[in-house]
Write a protein that binds this ligand. Structure first.
Ligand SMILES: [Zn+2]
Length: 119
């Protein structure tokens, strides 16, 4: 359960983003991240507090498609899942943006010899 945002008048520690009841720290600088702020008026209408993604190692698995004996489907199982968060300051660093993009889209290529074939 996520704690409600206490608002801009709350002390900085109380405004830190909470995920699942835990204060979320930036994976790069270690400081608690701030929640995203939405405004009813003004520009911009929101201010992103942090970026977060779930990543981990991938294992290629194959299985027979249920109900279709001749169709083999491939998928990746996420092993050792872990959250990575970046505060706004760290996300402004191009190197960190590239690393997060790689973590997000890092599905490995499957060599031709390892690709599953249908029967
Ligand atoms: Zn940071």
């Amino acid at each position: 359960m996520t704690k409600p945002d206490p608002g801009p008048a709350a002390p900085p520690a109380a405004r830190a983003a909470a995920v699942g009841g835990y204060i979320l720290d930036c994976s790069y600088c270690g400081k608690p991240v701030s929640p995203t702020v939405h405004r009813r008026s003004g520009a911009p209408p929101y201010e992103v507090g942090y970026y977060r993604l779930l990543t981990g190692d991938l294992q290629l698995l194959t299985m027979q498609k249920p109900g279709e004996e001749t169709v083999i489907v491939e998928f990746f199982k996420l092993l050792n899942p872990r959250w990575v968060a970046a505060c706004r300051n760290c996300f402004a660093d191009d190197r960190i943006q590239r690393e997060l993009a790689d973590l997000f889209s890092g599905v490995p290529e499957i060599p031709d010899g390892e690709r599953a074939e249908g029967k």
